[in-house]
Design a protein around this ligand. Structure first.
Ligand code: ADP
Ligand code: MG
Length: 253
């Protein structure tokens, strides 16, 4: 039984068909990688699922409920989360305060009240930080953390609404290979612990092959392949997109 069922999804910007008839399903506890060259429509697809962009056509069902037409906030409350970069304005807050902010938002508390209400959320925030091995650094300002640790805090924040589905658009961008693997291993743990589904984009094929249960490939807005990562790599249509210049698949992506 799928958690997310996307069908006939379409979005144009002026004359450009950014996403054109995309369809895929995602089951609880599944890590699905979305890959494709720059401009393939990956971010546009993400932003239609999270409600930032409204689809022109098609359907996005979460547990059978249509998401198209709902606001980002409504979709988030239904259990679709995404990783955000911690804004510079919040970097001066401590690690635990950043997570508390997200919890308050999940509980519909007023932003202005957060300092008073924050005390009540501290234990829950610490529990979330524990899941990403950041509890020991809870009272340090985010601004002093190592990059890989900031990414862990961002993941804890994304867990604040106890999501059924987590969207990660290029989560490992700018990370060294070891940090990438650490972040994806942690994501995989959260998937297994919570039965959460994850849709992510990734440029490193090593990461995709190591962590994705399945992958889908977009090219010029269309879905050209879907399946087990190693089988997809050998699909002639995928080879054509990535091998045009004679480069190897790994190097081209
Ligand atoms: P990807 O994330 O796979 O690199 P995008 O979804 O960002 O691709 O973009 C798909 C296509 O849609 C590209 O041709 C891009 O230029 C275009 N596009 C994306 N967002 C906009 C926008 N807000 N306005 C106009 N064109 C856009
Ligand atoms: Mg993108």
């Amino acid at each position: 039984m799928s958690l997310l069922k996307v069908s006939g999804l379409g979005k144009s910007f002026g004359g450009v068909r950014a996403v054109d008839g995309v369809h895929f399903e995602l089951a609880p506890g599944e890590l699905l990688a979305l890959i494709g060259p720059n401009g393939a429509g990956k971010s546009t697809t993400f932003n239609m699922v999270n409600g930032q962009l409204r689809a022109d056509s098609g359907s996005i069902l979460l547990d059978g409920h249509e998401l198209i037409g709902k606001t980002p906030r409504e979709i988030w409350r239904l259990g679709v989360s995404r990783t955000f970069q911690i804004a510079e304005t919040f970097a001066s807050l401590t690690v635990v305060e950043n997570v508390q902010m997200a919890l308050l938002s999940a509980d519909r508390k007023l932003f202005a009240m957060w300092r008073r209400a924050a005390d009540h959320q501290r234990e829950r925030a610490l529990a979330l930080l524990d899941q990403v091995s950041m509890k020991a650094q809870a009272d340090r300002p985010c601004s002093v953390l190592a990059y890989g640790d900031v990414k862990r805090v961002e993941l804890a924040i994304a867990m604040a609404n106890d999501p059924k589905l987590l969207l990660m658009d290029e989560p490992t961008a700018g990370m060294a290979p070891k940090e990438r693997n650490n972040l994806m291993a942690l994501t995989k743990e959260l998937v297994l612990d919570r039965g959460m589904a994850v849709l992510f984009t990734e440029h490193s094929m090593d990461v995709v092959f190591a962590y994705a249960d399945r992958m889908i490939v977009l090219a010029r807005g269309r879905l050209i392949a879907e399946g087990q990562p190693l089988a997809v790599r050998d699909d002639p249509k995928v080879q054509e997109v990535y091998f045009g210049s004679g480069k190897t698949f790994e190097k081209a992506v």
